[in-house]
Design a protein around this ligand. Sequence first.
Ligand code: MF3
Ligand code: CO
Length: 255
Amino acid sequence: MNITIKNEDEIELMKVAGKVLGEALYHLKEMIKPGINCLELDSFFKTFIEKNNCQSNFKNYYGYPAYTCISVNEQLIHAIPRNYLLRSGDIVSIDAGCIYKGYNADAAFTKICGDSKDPEHTKLVEVTEKSLYLAIEKISDGVRIGTLSSTIQKYVQGEGFYLPVEFSGHGIGKQMHEDPLVPNTGSDNTGMRLKEGMTICIEPMVQIGTAKIKILDDKWTVVSKDSSMAAHFEHTILVTKKGYEILTTIKPMED
Ligand code: MF3
Ligand code: CO
């Protein structure tokens, strides 16, 4: 295990990466409307982060060919943006990241394009997002990772949805993926204790019909095994003495 505690200078750089990412995701969220091409969303993101002095951490990551992951409907995560025009009712998850002066930020959101086709889809997105915030609210110096995992698990399963166990949240810093692992299932008050100065990503990934997943022939796209709908939310978060600070809040640039 190699868990890094960030000093004040490093935290400042992570805050810049997180702010640029949160602004980029704000624009992408606004752009999700029937008729927009997923390739246009990916190229907007590349241009936006580069204009703001950041680089991509997704592009070329183990050979990943794009700047964002845009996972639609039964696609859970890691879908490569394709030449596809979004339609009303599509459940669109965008996961993206950037690096500022060597420090990473990573975040994701899900939005239904246009009008929801089914109240169950709306509930899926709301439950997935809320599970992320319920876990985040538990964070403070000394809290154990299992408490975050069990918060997500109890809430999501209590709402009747499923959490694949193959993918987890993670530490983040100079690397996009660092220790510790932050699973979406687990037991209260178990596992490692978080400490002030750690930076982690929490990322609940939720499916309507099963916890089982499949990986498509492109070797990236993860879909639900039963083709039921899926959602994903993620933030990069700093652990502080008293609690936490979300570094990737999705909001427009302030002036
Ligand atoms: N953002 C993903 C995560 O949360 C990683 C994407 S890796 C890529 O861990 F290769 F798809 F870019
Ligand atoms: Co992540």
